[in-house]
Design a protein around this ligand. Sequence first.
Ligand SMILES: *Cc1c(COP(=O)(O)O)cnc(C)c1O
Length: 402
Amino acid sequence: MNENKDRPAILGGRAIRPQGPPDWPQHLPEVAERIQEALRDGSWGKYHGPHVAELAGLLAADHDCEHVVLCASGTAAIELALRGVGVGDGDEVLLSAYDFKANFQDVLVLGAMPVLVDVSSGTWLLDPASLEAAVGPRTRAIVVSHLHGAIANLPRVVELARARGLAVIEDAAQMPGARVYGRMAGMWGDAGVLSFGGSKLVSAGRGGAVLTARADVAQRIKLFTQRGNDAYPLSELQAAAVIPQWKRLAVANERRARSANLLIKELRPFAGLQPPADGMADSLPAYYKLGFLYDAREFAGLPRDGFAAALRAEGIAFDPGFRALHKTHSSRRFRAVGDLPHATRADEAVLTLHHPVLSEADADVQEIVAAVEKVSRHAEEIGAQFAASAISLSPQVGDSRT
Ligand SMILES: *Cc1c(COP(=O)(O)O)cnc(C)c1O
């Protein structure tokens, strides 16, 4: 075997993907064409043109959803959805202790109190069984996110919410176009949220959307955003970039799902990399990231962050997952239900693979497997150097933590 090639890149060997992870967004001729069109017809510089209206119509049709509000970001969309369902000063909002940081901040922005609920054991998703104990007299809404290729149990969340008179906001920023227990992702709650941020599966650099079947929710959002002008706008140029990507999303999601399934199968021998559970009825996930629960004991004690750094050095975009919200915020800012042991585990053990490589060929998936095998073979040596801080923790090739 080639000595240098078998040597982990983080220990000075040759990287398996010296070129690093694929670029994102992809260069798509149909996006370039749409933007050219918007340049030609002048709509690029207008407040109101055909693209925003067309995109809203497209999303409404594909989700079979009455009201679509396009806006500046997924973060703004969560805020608007919370306002839309009537969350305000002094209310409480339940969300997972392992979630996107901006969701927590959006609750605070409204003067409401985040109430952190644990995730299920063995995943990084909100545990519906923990919700009941979290409901108090001031609870108004539940925010629930699909994360890292795993689908949250919306049927159970909605059932509990109905029984307790709570609103549900389904955060599908990482799951556009996915099938969630028989419905389009975003269509389970009182409002659903999409993101068109720069790293997301459908990207305009920035942008987001709120989907809702409730006229009163849409009306409340309209009253808040329309001030003679739209205060949270998505521009014509952004909509022009999104439309062709949305039209090919189903095909792109299928391609990524095929790669993800192949990778999960090939990595099965590694007990220290636990993929999301599958087998949810009538569901088809979308993969913005592919998450794993990492167990250092299966890699000679190599800590998760060392494993991720070693993979990035190979040109593969593995990163630690989110920081859990109770680990990074003052306890004065939230109420917690219990000790959140599983969210603490997720904070320490989640690894994510960024999605662009999943849009490539099967050979690219095999490179990921080869990189994991290589790092695993040298896990002890990497761990020793890691512990001695001989290896810099700074991002290597292809850092993609967002
Ligand atoms: C990216 C993301 C958001 C916010 O989207 P932005 O458009 O980046 O503001 C919200 N929730 C989740 C789960 C996300 O991954």
